[in-house]
Write a protein that binds this ligand. Structure first.
Ligand code: PLP
Length: 336
């Protein structure tokens, strides 16, 4: 199969329309058989529930080429589970988890020419998503839904690649106690847009959100979980209102089983972040991106950027993903 003629190493994190996407529709209480289509546009009622009441959720994952030339995907079963959780919280019908994984695999296969080659630093980002599509004017869930998966080749999420990030403690909140912070609802991202534009205008790469109940504990950023390092210990916030990052859960296992580190998943107070030596953001898009500075209202806290532990975590996780280091059972879904 001939690859597309793209300068893979200069790709940013943007949308490029690829050849095929997967679509399935839900109507009269059931999902149809689903299929691949070349139709990238969606047509629906002006009163569709997604347009009026933001009834939509999504996932983000990557396919890439391993050292030995296979196209693989990283832990898609966990994306399927998390999307099912998002659907239940938003009163949307779950797209069966096994069908979710099959839809992702089919979408990757149909766009194999768009999967960046090994060593390019790029990958094929996959975006499964679902929305309420029928006309709803009183506030209630839709009865018809569409599930889609599209693919787009991407480079690094943060501009400047692996330059250490500059974050700020944000005065806006991301998620309410007992709200939807723990699921991947579109609405969580809509409400973060004001804060991220403002952060960029002020010269920051991302916002660090605090728990909105007490505003004393670290939660996460707009698009990634956060990890800290102190000695041989990896510390990461535990909270009911952060998104359970698949990358963070994987890094926790890598830290324990591959690097022999201690791991603390616990509340992390804003007042203690100066005690850590390294800090990183983790997510599908970010992998693990080193943090150089967090600014808390004029007070600067500096970290080692690509310090030794963040570097080891990065090397080990990407080594597992790229097939250079043996993966734990079930982490790598070989597509072809
Ligand atoms: C708010 C938020 N937190 C964390 C993550 C990281 O999750 P994952 O590692 O599953 O990609 C994401 C998505 O990438 C996110 O949007």
């Amino acid at each position: 199969m001939e690859k597309k003629n793209i300068d893979w190493s200069s790709l940013g994190f943007g949308y490029v329309q690829t050849d095929m996407r997967y679509v399935s529709n839900y109507k009269n209480g059931a999902w149809d058989d689903g299929c691949l289509t070349d139709q990238a546009n969606v047509t629906m009622s002006e009163c569709a529930c997604v347009l009026q009441y933001a009834q939509t959720c999504f996932e983000g994952m990557k396919a890439y080429t391993t050292q030995d030339g296979h196209i693989v995907c990283f832990r898609p079963d966990l994306n399927a589970q998390r999307m099912a959780d998002s659907c239940r919280r938003l009163k949307m019908p779950v797209f069966p988890e096994d069908r979710f994984v099959k839809a992702v695999v089919e979408t990757v296969r149909a766009n194999a020419a768009w999967v960046p080659p090994y060593g390019s630093g790029a990958s094929l980002y996959l975006r499964p998503f679902m929305f309420g599509s029928d006309a709803i004017i009183g506030v209630k869930p839709a009865t018809e839904f569409q599930f889609r998966v599209f693919a787009t080749p991407v480079g690094p999420y943060f501009k400047g690649g692996i330059k250490p990030l500059k974050l700020r403690i944000c005065d806006y909140d991301r998620a309410a106690p007992r709200g939807t912070g723990h699921v991947k609802a579109g609405l969580n991202y809509a409400m973060s847009l004001y804060a991220i534009v403002d952060a960029h205008e002020q010269g920051y790469d991302e916002n660090v959100y605090l728990d909105s109940g007490s505003r004393t504990f670290i939660e996460e950023t707009g698009g990634a979980n956060i990890v800290f390092v102190k000695g041989n210990t990896l510390v990461t916030p535990k909270s009911d209102t952060i998104l359970p990052s698949i990358t963070r859960r994987s890094l926790v296992q890598v830290a324990k089983d591959y690097l022999g580190m201690e791991v603390e998943e616990r509340e992390v107070a804003l007042s203690e972040i100066g005690d850590f030596t390294e800090c990183g953001l983790c997510g599908t898009a970010a992998v693990i991106s080193p943090v150089g500075t967090i600014v808390d209202h004029g007070k600067e806290i500096n970290y080692a950027g690509f310090g030794p532990t963040i570097q080891k975590l990065y090397d080990t996780l990407t080594g597992i993903q790229m097939g250079r280091i043996p993966a734990p059972e079930g982490w790598i879904e070989v597509i072809e």
